[in-house]
Design a binder for this molecule. Sequence first.
Ligand code: NAD
Length: 496
Amino acid sequence: MYIINNAIDGKPITSSSSKMAKIFNPATGEQIGSLPLSSDNEIEKAIQNAKKAQPAWGDMPPAKRSRIMFKFLQLLNENIDDLAREISREHGKTHEDALGECARGIEVGEYACGIAQMLKGEYSRNVGPAIDTISTRQPLGVVAGITPFNFPAMVPMWMYPMAIAAGNAFVLKPSERNPSAAMFCWELFQQAGLPNGIFNIVHGDKSAVDYLLDSPDIKAISFVGSTPIAEYVYQRGTKAGKRVQALGGAKNHMIILPDADIEGAATALMGAAFGSAGERCMAISVAVPVGKETADKLVALLKPKVAALKIGTASDEAAEMGPLITKAHQEKVIDYINQGEKAGADLLVDGRDFSLQGYEGGYFVGGTLFDNVTSDMSIYKDEIFGPVLSVVRKNSFDEAVDLIHGHEYANGTAIFTRDGDAARSFADKIEVGMVGINVPIPVPVAYHSFGGWKRSSFGDHGIYGPEAVHFYTRLKTITQRWPSGVKEGAKFTFPS
Ligand code: NAD
């Protein structure tokens, strides 16, 4: 049994909070640790240390900041197996999946190493007589990140490498379900030579989030989590005068046109729907085959595959997915399956009774497949965030597109087809933030930016990539006259 520390001013600090939360092993259901729900004083201490440390860091030449980032990446790569194990122990995902998460986080750090190039400003000579204008981007100061359980290393890395490389100090509040991966990365960043106070971690729940949202010393908030909380964070944070990006939940559809490679589409759907037990914001949870023949073929291919899913613990190399994150979440997913059955959807593969021998207390749910789901059912409308795939049959491309447009979420989507015309029109017109053409999970690489539309994202900036440079800096435009001796009489008209 371990107790998680906060990380403030370059040191692990044992919290003096009397409130603790439990950390469970999702594969066994046993408590393995606990973490503090930090007091306001502790969070304030982290913010004030960050505020003190930031100016010198922001003034450091960006290339020097990058050198520390390079060292951090080297340490991450050297310790990637251990980091993946930290993730799996508290999250439950397979080792391979955890390694994939680490790799995608590291990519953001690699992109952040080029920050000197990205911070280059613009210069115009002679905008007036001997007058030049310079536009430059400066760090905001202290910024904060609030992250979900499903990618405990990667999602924080969507945020702090770019924020810190841009010259800010960062305060992270990770998910209380699995805080160890973030702490592991923090330790490596310190070893890489990051000055004290530039990266801080405070643990907590709603009360810690509220403190960060209200603090006048936090200039920007990056949030990733469920839509109701994202909306709340956006509203409260912007009301307090901050810049906020708040990424929320999803219900991602994949359209399968009659001309698609249906076998390929079915295989892609398996990974996209059931990888990480469906606990991914870019998971495909709705398959939309167009035409009866396409639907029948797709369902016939999917049914045995879903029934044969290999479910196990992170140490089982053959496992394709692991348990869900908590007992409450397992119960919620099972309740959705009950609702789908009651609403009249065809339950072709039922994961409710799955139990793993030797791990009967684990939060497992088996792969579940519904056919003939309709858009009024809760299993269609809500984000289930579990290993449940719904097939919604449609008769035409236009009907399939209308279905997607009718949903409140618009994070990712995909189309499988050999018809370039349909694919191009889909990519062009669909009102969704991230689109895959014969690519089931179109998560942008680190040098593009990630972000959904509609109720999947609140705020004006995508996360990581070029959008992060804008989010974590503010524009300053300097107009200067040299030599200074140019004589002019007083002017009362607007300068032109
Ligand atoms: P969550 O919204 O429950 O928690 C996210 C963070 O918010 C955590 O740090 C948590 O402590 C905090 N929080 C929880 N309740 C709060 C409250 N009432 N007030 C203030 N803060 C609160 O999300 P989760 O269950 O950890 O993660 C799963 C969700 O995250 C899913 O909806 C998933 O789609 C979403 N997600 C979205 C993306 C994306 O990029 N759009 C990526 C990953 C996960």
